[in-house]
Design a protein around this ligand. Structure first.
Ligand code: NAD
Length: 354
C-alpha cells in the first residue's frame, strides 16, 4: 500500500483509471453509488456555503471542453470534462474527465483523479438521489432512452438508491441496447428491450433520457408523458442541446441544480429566463417542496454541477487509505528554501554532473 504522509505535501495522490476500476470492484459498484450519494446529500445540505459559478465552457462545432470549479472554504475542487457526441463513431468516448482537490489553506493539490468513470458514477448517484425526493412513492419501473456509456451506471444507481427493478431500454442504435441489457444481465433487473421511445415509456413511473446529440432533439414528445411520472433528463446539458419537447416542461414541476448554469445549458433554455424552477438542494433541506401530488409530473433537469464532482472526489479521497489504490505523484516543486526555486534546478544540474 502507498503511504500518504503530511510531511510530503509535494507528493499528490493520483487515482488512475486502473485504480478507479479497482476501487469500484473492491468496494462494489452499488456500494460506491450509495456512498457517493451520501457525500452528495451532505454537500447539497450545505449548498449555501459553497463558491458557485456556471462552468467555464469552450464550445466548438464538434463539442465542448469545460472547467467546473467550486470550494467549501476548506477544500477547493475542479473538474476538466469534455462532451463530444461524434466521438463514439471514431471509437472514442463522448465524455472524458479528470479532477483535482486542493487544500484552501496552502493552495496545494491533495488529489488528482481520473473522472471519466467517476463522472458516470456521480451523475448516476445524483440522478437517483434527486429521484428519491421526487419520484412517485414505490416506483419500480424506469424507462431509459439512450443506452450509451452512462446507462448502466444510471440503472444501478436507481436500483441501489430508489429500489427500481424493472428496466425498459431504448436506443436508436439497437446494438447499444443489446450491450446495456447484456452488461446488466444477472444484476437484479427485469429488462425489456424496446423498439421505440413510445414502447419504452409504457408503464414506467420514471423516465430517464440520456442521449447524446449536439442539437435540439425531441426524444420525448408531450403525448408520451402521462401524469404522475418523474423525468430524469440527463442528456440536454449544453447550449443548443435539449431532449424534451417544450410542452412537457410547461406541464412539469422543474427541479434544477444551479439555476444560472441550467438556464444556459438545461432543458429550461427553451423557457423564458424568469420561468419558475426549484433548486434541488432546497427540497433536500426542507426549504422547498418536492412532489406534492400523485398527478404531478416532476422533472429533474440535470446538467451536472461542480459540487457533485467535489462530493465524488471527496468520497474517493476517503477510500484511498483503506483500498491503497493510488500512487503518489511528484507534482509540486519542493525546494529546500521556498524562494530558491531556480537553485533547485541548479542543484539538479550539479547532481547530473553537467
Ligand atoms: P454516449 O454517446 O455513450 O451514449 C449516448 C446514446 O444515446 C448512444 O447510444 C446513442 O445511440 C443514443 N441516442 C442518440 N440519439 C438518440 C435518440 N434520438 N433516441 C435514442 N437514443 C439516442 O453518451 P453518454 O456518455 O452515455 O452521455 C449521454 C449524454 O449525457 C451526453 O449528452 C452527455 O453530455 C450527458 N451527460 C450528462 C451529465 C449530467 O450530469 N447531466 C453527465 C454525464 C453525461
Amino acid at each position: 500500500m502507498n503511504e500518504m504522509t503530511s510531511n510530503d505535501l509535494n507528493l499528490v495522490p493520483f487515482v488512475s483509471v486502473d485504480h478507479m476500476m479497482k476501487i469500484v470492484l473492491e468496494i462494489g459498484v452499488e456500494k460506491v453509488l450509495t456512498g457517493i450519494a451520501e457525500y452528495l446529500e451532505n454537500d447539497f445540505k450545505r449548498w449555501e456555503l459553497f463558491d458557485k459559478t456556471p462552468r467555464v465552457a469552450s464550445h466548438s462545432n464538434e463539442g465542448v471542453i469545460e472547467l467546473m470549479p467550486t470550494s467549501d472554504g476548506e477544500v477547493y475542487g475542479f473538474k476538466y470534462v469534455n462532451g463530444h457526441p461524434k466521438n463514439t463513431k471514431e471509437g472514442l468516448q463522448t465524455v472524458t474527465a479528470f479532477g483535482v482537490l486542493a487544500d484552501v489553506n496552502t493552495g496545494y493539490p491533495v488529489l488528482l483523479s481520473e473522472m471519466t468513470i467517476l463522472t458516470a458514477l456521480r451523475t448516476a448517484a445524483t440522478s437517483a438521489m434527486a429521484a428519491k425526493y421526487l419520484m412517485p412513492k414505490g416506483s419500480k419501473t424506469m424507462a431509459m432512452i439512450g443506452n450509451g456509456a452512462q446507462s448502466e451506471f444510471q440503472a444501478l444507481a436507481f436500483k441501489a438508491i430508489t429500489g427500481i427493478s424493472n428496466l425498459r431500454l431504448y436506443d436508436i442504435d439497437a446494438t447499444a441496447t443489446d450491450r446495456c441489457a447484456k452488461n446488466l444481465n444477472g444484476l437484479g433487473f427485469n429488462i425489456v428491450k424496446c423498439n421505440s421511445e413510445q414502447m419504452a415509456v409504457e408503464g414506467a413511473e420514471i423516465i430517464t433520457t440520456v442521449t447524446a446529440d449536439k442539437q435540439y432533439a425531441t426524444i420525448l414528445t408531450d403525448n408520451m408523458v402521462g401524469s404522475g411520472v418523474h423525468i430524469n433528463a440527463i442528456g440536454g446539458d449544453c447550449p443548443g442541446k435539449t431532449e424534451l419537447h417544450k410542452d412537457i416542461l410547461l406541464r412539469s414541476e422543474i427541479f434544477v441544480e444551479y439555476p444560472p448554469q441550467t438556464r444556459i445549458e438545461g432543458e429550461i433554455q427553451q423557457l423564458p429566463e424568469d420561468y419558475p424552477v426549484t433548486e434541488l438542494w432546497q427540497v433536500m433541506t426542507g426549504d422547498a417542496e418536492g412532489r406534492t401530488t400523485d398527478k404531478q409530473i416532476t422533472l429533474f433537469d440535470s446538467v451536472g454541477f461542480a459540487i457533485e464532482d467535489f462530493s465524488a472526489l471527496r468520497y474517493i479521497r476517503d477510500q484511498l487509505e483503506a483500498t491503497g489504490q493510488f500512487q503518489n505523484l511528484d507534482m509540486v516543486a519542493d525546494p529546500d528554501d521556498p524562494r530558491d526555486l531556480f537553485g533547485m534546478i541548479l542543484r539538479a544540474q550539479a547532481a547530473q554532473g553537467k
